[in-house]
Unconditional design. Structure first.
Length: 573
C-alpha cells in the first residue's frame, strides 16, 4: 500500500472537504486512517480533520467501516487502536505544547478520535473471539483527568452535544471506573449520613457518631441469621460506612473486623451442606441451587454482601462463573416497574462451558451430530433434575414432553436447555441476589462497567506480580535485609504461579489482586519468637504473615509449602 503517491494525496484533500459519494470513497477513509505517518504529531492537524470526517459519516457508512475493521490483521488493528489512544493522550497532555494548536481552537479533536475508536471497539466486540482484549482500549492517561467532572457531564447531559468520556466507557480503565464508583459511593454515604443527622436534630434528639455508620452487630455462633436480621432491619443505612462488632468482643473495627466478617460469612454460606449453592467440580465454580424454598432472603443477603464489598472496597473470595456478572448487569440499573424481569441474560454454549464443561461438550456434540437425532436419541423438549432425591421433569416449552428433538429443531432445544439451567430454573434465587446487590450499588456508574470488570471489582484480578508484592511488603520484627526475609523471597520468587497464589490466599483470604494492583494491598510479614519447627501463621483480616526465624532456606521452604498447601479455605477444595 503506497500512501505518498500524488493520487492518494489528492484523495486526502478531497475527503477532508466532501462527503463520500461511492463505496470507493468510503474505502479511502478506511485506508487513510491506517496511514502510519499519523503517528507523528506533525501530521496531527490533517489526522484530526480526517477523524472528524470519519466520525460524522452516516450510520450506514459506519456499519461498513466496522465490518471492514474486523477484517484487519491483528497487528494492524492493534496499531490503529494504539495510534488513536496516543493521539488522545498527546492532545490532552502534549509533550511540547507549541507543536499543537491551542486546545481552545480544537476542542473537537478528542471527541472525533474517541468516536472513531468506538467504531474499532464495536468491531472488536462483534468479533468472536474478540480481536484484542478489551483492556487494550483502556487509556490510562485518563486516570489523571477530572473523572467526576466527566461523570457529572454525562449524568446531566447524557448523550447530548456535551462530550464526556463516560459516553464511551470502553476507553476508561477499571482503575478510573473504580475512582468514579468510590467517589459516587462516598457522595451517597455523605448524603445519607447528613440526612440522618438532620432527622435527628429535627426531632430534637442528641446526635450520635454511630448514626453515621452502618453498624452491624453479630454473634459468631449465629453469624448468618444475625447478619440477615441486621441488614434487613437497617436497610435504610446500607449506603453508610460499614462497621462490624462481634458481640462479647472488645475489638474496634479499623477494617480488620469488617474483612473478617466478610470472610467468615461467605465461607459459611457457600458450604455445600448449607444448600444455597452447588459446587461444580469440573469447573471449580459455585452456582445457585435450583431447589425451591419458602424464602429467598439469604440469596438477597449474598447479593447485599457483594454490593457492600464493592461499596466499601473489599475484595471477596467468591467463585461464580464469569457469566454471572452478565446476569448481574441485566439490566445495570434496577427497573422502576415492580414486575420487571431482572437477572436474565441471553447466554450461549460458551457461557455454559464455563460452569458445566462436560454438559456443554455433550450439547455441542448433539449440534454437530450427523445421524438422525430423532431415531438415535429419542429425546424430547423435556429435562430431568434431581431435587432432594426425587427426579423431577420440566418441559422446555409448552407440551415439550411430546415434542421430539430433531435435526431441524436441535439448535432451539440447546438454547432452551441453556436458558432453563442458567436463567429460568434459578430465577427467584438470582432475582433476590440481584436486588440485594443493587440495594447497595444502585448507581448509574454501573452502566460504565463490562461484566468482566464487575467480576474484578468484586473478586480482584487473577494477574499476580509477585515482584510487586515484594516491593510493597512491610516488616515488623524483621528488616528487609534480614536472612529469614531473604530466604523467604528467594523461595517465593522460585515458586510456581499456583503456589504463589496459594501464599496470597493463605495470607489475605483471596488469591486475587485488588483493583489498582498490589499497591492497594497492605501486606506485612511479622516475626514471631517460637520454635522453628512451627509452621508460619497468617492473620487474613490484616493481610499479615507471621514467620518464625528459620535458620536456612531449605527449612523455610519446607514449612512454608506445608502451611500454604494444606490450609483449607473457601474456594480451595
Amino acid at each position: 500500500m503506497v500512501y505518498q503517491s500524488s493520487s492518494v494525496l489528492i484523495r486526502v484533500e478531497f475527503l477532508l472537504f466532501s462527503r463520500p459519494r461511492t463505496k470507493d470513497d468510503l474505502r479511502a477513509y478506511f485506508l487513510l486512517v491506517q496511514n502510519p505517518q499519523f503517528t507523528s504529531t506533525s501530521t496531527y492537524v490533517i489526522y484530526a480533520h480526517l477523524l472528524r470526517q470519519t466520525a460524522t459519516l452516516s450510520e450506514a457508512d459506519h456499519h461498513f467501516l466496522v465490518h471492514w475493521f474486523q477484517t484487519l490483521p491483528l497487528r494492524r488493528f492493534k496499531q490503529l487502536v494504539e495510534r488513536l489512544l496516543q493521539f488522545i493522550s498527546l492532545r490532552l497532555f502534549p509533550a511540547k505544547p507549541d507543536d499543537l494548536p491551542p486546545m481552545a481552537k480544537c476542542t473537537w479533536w478528542i471527541p472525533s478520535a474517541t468516536r472513531v475508536l468506538a467504531l474499532l471497539n464495536a468491531a472488536n466486540s462483534l468479533a468472536n473471539p474478540p480481536i484484542i482484549p478489551f483492556v487494550d482500549f483502556y487509556n490510562s492517561t485518563l486516570d489523571h483527568i477530572d473523572l467526576m467532572e466527566e461523570y457529572h457531564i454525562w449524568q446531566c447531559y447524557g448523550n447530548s452535544h456535551r462530550f464526556s468520556f463516560c459516553q464511551f466507557p470502553f476507553i476508561l480503565s477499571l482503575a478510573a471506573k473504580k475512582i468514579i464508583i468510590q467517589r459516587d459511593s462516598e457522595r451517597q454515604m455523605i448524603t445519607v449520613a447528613r440526612q440522618s443527622l438532620v432527622d435527628k436534630v429535627s426531632r430534637r434528639q442528641k446526635p450520635d457518631i454511630n448514626m453515621l455508620f452502618l453498624n452491624v452487630k453479630v454473634r459468631r455462633s449465629h453469624l448468618v441469621n444475625d447478619s440477615l436480621d441486621e441488614l434487613t432491619r437497617k436497610r435504610a443505612d446500607l449506603k453508610k460506612k460499614l462497621k462490624i462488632t462481634f458481640v462479647g468482643e472488645a475489638g474496634l473495627d479499623m477494617g480488620g473486623l469488617t474483612k473478617e466478617w466478610f470472610i467468615l460469612l461467605i465461607r459459611q454460606i457457600f458450604q455445600p451442606d448449607y444448600g444455597m449453592f452447588t459446587y461444580q467440580w469440573d469447573s471449580r465454580f459455585y452456582w445457585f441451587s435450583s431447589f425451591k424454598c419458602e424464602s429467598y432472603s439469604e440469596f438477597q443477603l449474598v447479593g447485599t454482601l457483594m454490593g457492600l464489598a464493592v461499596y466499601n472496597s473489599i475484595t471477596l473470595n467468591v467463585r461464580f462463573p464469569p457469566f454471572c456478572y452478565k446476569k448481574l448487569l441485566s439490566p445495570p440499573v434496577v427497573p422502576t416497574h415492580q414486575n420487571a424481569t431482572v437477572g436474565v441474560a441471553l447466554l450461549t454454549l460458551d457461557d455454559l462451558r464455563q460452569l458445566m464443561p462436560d454438559l456443554a461438550h455433550g450439547l455441542t456434540a448433539l449440534i454437530n451430530y450427523e445421524g438422525n437425532i430423532e431415531e438415535d436419541f429419542c429425546s424430547t423438549f423435556q429435562i430431568f433434575q434431581e431435587e432432594f432425591g426425587i427426579l423431577k421433569s420440566y418441559n422446555l416449552k409448552p407440551g415439550g414432553n411430546r415434542i421430539p428433538v430433531t435435526n431441524q429443531n436441535r439448535q432451539e432445544y440447546v438454547q432452551l436447555y441453556i436458558d432453563f439451567l442458567l436463567n429460568k430454573s434459578i430465577y427467584k434465587q438470582f432475582a433476590a441476589f440481584y436486588y440485594g446487590f443493587h440495594s447497595v450499588c444502585a448507581s448509574n456508574a454501573l452502566m460504565l462497567l463490562l461484566p468482566e470488570e464487575v467480576e474484578i471489582l468484586v473478586c480482584g484480578s487473577p494477574e499476580l506480580d509477585i515482584y510487586a508484592l515484594q516491593k510493597i511488603t512491610q516488616y515488623e520484627g524483621y528488616s528487609k535485609m534480614d536472612p529469614t526475609i531473604r530466604y523467604f523471597w528467594d523461595v517465593v520468587l522460585g515458586f510456581s504461579l499456583e503456589l504463589q497464589k496459594q501464599l496470597l490466599h493463605f495470607t489475605t483470604g483471596s488469591d486475587r489482586v485488588p483493583v489498582g494492583g498490589l499497591a492497594d494491598l497492605s501486606f506485612k510479614i511479622t516475626k514471631i519468637d517460637v520454635p522453628t519447627d512451627w509452621l508460619p501463621v497468617a492473620h487474613t483480616c490484616f493481610n499479615q504473615l507471621c514467620l518464625p526465624p528459620y535458620k536456612n532456606k531449605k527449612e523455610l521452604k519446607q514449612k512454608l509449602t506445608i502451611a500454604i498447601s494444606n490450609t483449607e479455605g473457601f474456594g480451595l477444595e
